[in-house]
Design a protein. Structure first.
Length: 74
């Protein structure tokens, strides 16, 4: 439920930012609304190449759902 609420809240915030941008106002913290995880909507720990946060990246990499990513050990 918390994750669903976060996604809805993020979508609402992005809509609000786009509307304010259309009206000619540049909103504060534009990067935080732009760089959001596609799966959970988290703004921190965002990996641009994969467009997901570090937590979702770790979960997907552990499951083997991201092509070309292996857990390294040395």
């Amino acid at each position: 439920m918390a994750r669903t609420a976060l996604i809805v809240k993020t979508a609402r915030r992005q809509r609000k930012m786009k509307n304010s941008l259309a009206n000619g106002k540049k909103p504060a913290k534009w990067v935080r609304t732009y760089n959001r995880c596609k799966l959970c909507g988290r703004s921190r720990g965002y990996i641009r190449y994969f467009e997901i946060c570090r937590i979702c990246f770790r979960e997907l990499a552990s499951k083997g759902e991201i092509m070309g990513i292996k857990k390294s050990s040395w």
